[in-house]
Write a protein that binds this ligand. Sequence first.
Ligand code: SF4
Length: 738
Amino acid sequence: MLIEDVLGKDGVISKKLGSYELRPQQLDMALTIEKAIEENKHLIVEAGTGVGKSMAYLIPFIFWCVKNNKKVVISTHTKTLQEQLIKKDLPFLRNALKSVNIFADAIDDNSHPENGQEDKFDFSYTLCVGGQNYLCLRRFHQAQSQGVFNTQKEFDEFQHIVQWEAHARRGLRSELDFEPSPAVWSKICRESDLCFGKQCSFKDDCYYNRARRKEYKAQILVTNHHLFFANLASDGRVLPDFDAVVFDEAHTLEDIATSYFGIGISNSRIKYMFDSILNPKTGKGLISRLFDSSNASDLANQMSIIGDMEKLLKDAGSASDLFFSEIIEKYGTGNKTTRIREKSTINNYLDKPLSNLFDLLESLSKQVKTEEGRLEIYAFANRCSEINNNIATIMNQDLKEYVYWTEVERKKSRYESYSDTLQLTNKLEPINHKQTRCSLLAAPINVAVEFEKQIFGKTRPVILTSATLSINGSFKYIKGRLGIPVCAKTDTEKPTIVLEQDGLGSHITREDGYCEKAIGSPFNFSENALIYVPDNIPDPNQQPEEFKDSIIKHIEDIITHSQGRAFLLFTSFKMLNSVYEEIQDDLEDFTLFKQGDKPRYQLIEEFKASHKPVLFGTATFWQGVDVPGEALKCVIITKLPFAVPDDPIIEARMELLKSQNKNPFMFYQVPQAITLLRQGFGRLIRSTTDTGVVAILDPRIKSKFYGKYFINSLPDCKKVSDIKDIKDFFDSAHNHVD
Ligand code: SF4
């Protein structure tokens, strides 16, 4: 059986689907992936919107897994794509391929499986989600018998979970018909350091264990990038071993990897841990549970243990308040992100209290009579130690090629801001933990080496795919960011490749092991889409107010012609809110939606069902949103989406490029903005029959030298600058709203 026999004209899929349209691009992509698998090469494959990427990688990998008894991980960025794979594509293929004998083309009899799979083709797949999504039966029963909740509201919520659990199928949080609060779910979900594994008395019925057994058997594992990197960060304890990886939506990999290779601590996380050990307000927590009078050898001993722990926790809590207050005073008050460039001179008040806590917990573990209790105590002792290590690592800036920063988020009090309090009293006030969250964070500036070491160097083949991987017709940018040699050009060339890792001074030499391909979209952009770039809009940097006034006027004109049905994409909330405030009264005929007013999925569903809808959104709406058909006819890009240079990670990456005599704007900001612009553009045309206009209101796309790179990276369609062309486009019959 060949790939063509499945995806080609009169192939298996065409016979199953009455409405099947042959897409040569899809077949091309599937054959390219099949070849990469055969040659054991990593592959970057860009596939334009509408190619049908998922089928194109699933089919060759299903064949490979079944023929060779292999396991592949398919990792996506969005939940929407995961659901499409698990609920639609994989069940369809399993059904469609049942009658197929994929071994029909095998020449070597040894490649036939011994279990008769050639008679009835089948494969297995499953969705992998993080352990914390599963209910832990041990903790659940503990919560029922020992009363771990602090408020009536938490208790009531738990009662709903008890009713649900009686008939739960997979024990997943997503099966609940409500969103449980973190205060409740965190006490009953699976936590890796609180899991008893083989020693657990609930192990046979355990939801997580059942899921893991399925994962070990499955040939196709569908997961998301977050879980994939959590697996790397935990030395492979999250996913079963696998033989190959497909990263779909691969343009987001660098950002997600950066967060997983980083570390962080916060005052709220520390307080949560202290309260879990022994809550000073309610007297509940690990210690009171383990050393209640019925378990401790005598009441006096119990009182002494609780008294000792209360004292240590009080000291540790005060130390934490003082430590984070000084951080806030030094690195910024209010809502602020501040880079820490040098080793911190702030006293690490938490070092000693956390060590004391660790020691006490360790000594108490010897007094606990049950294995379960001992494990819990160890888990908390280890958490103290991990937090202490992370604080020291960040304060001392121990990790090389990392960027360090603080984040302060504060819910404003009704009367004054925290900075006002500091200014008025001129002394450090204790932090109100409910109102101020202060985090210390560290992240790698460059993940290329980690990618090479932990992904490309360990697993083969690795396939990266997305509709937006190339910049101006080249993969150089994504390759540089992810540590892929930059001189492999086609899958027929066989150069010896030398990779110079950006900024890290290390050289990796690799024989050819990579290939790449860009596959265009089957959509007819030149007929179905229009790019509108008006003239005479003031420069957003030089004349910000005039720019805003001008785009407001253009937005009103455009959405009048498109009759709403528009996404307005902004690069900042500030700009979004400012435009919204000024424009809303003039748009009474339209149904307006603003990011932040409702959850994203709800905004999208209501947008689809509304009359003349206009949605105001920022970053989250530039990608991963799918509104096919008549509901979306226009995407308005208000500004080119350049990354903000005051973000510590972006700033550090730009500094690194500068130190290598590379222009950070051209090497980093422009390619990143082009990727996002292409994603924004991609919201518009989602099927062969979709039509619409993309309006780019940032004049720099015409006036600046780099503008051509943006334009060259967009699909080839007609470009206009006269609003009349938009009117004509929408007046044409196929674009008119009913
Ligand atoms: S095996 Fe682990 S996750 Fe499962 S019930 Fe036991 S402790 Fe909970």
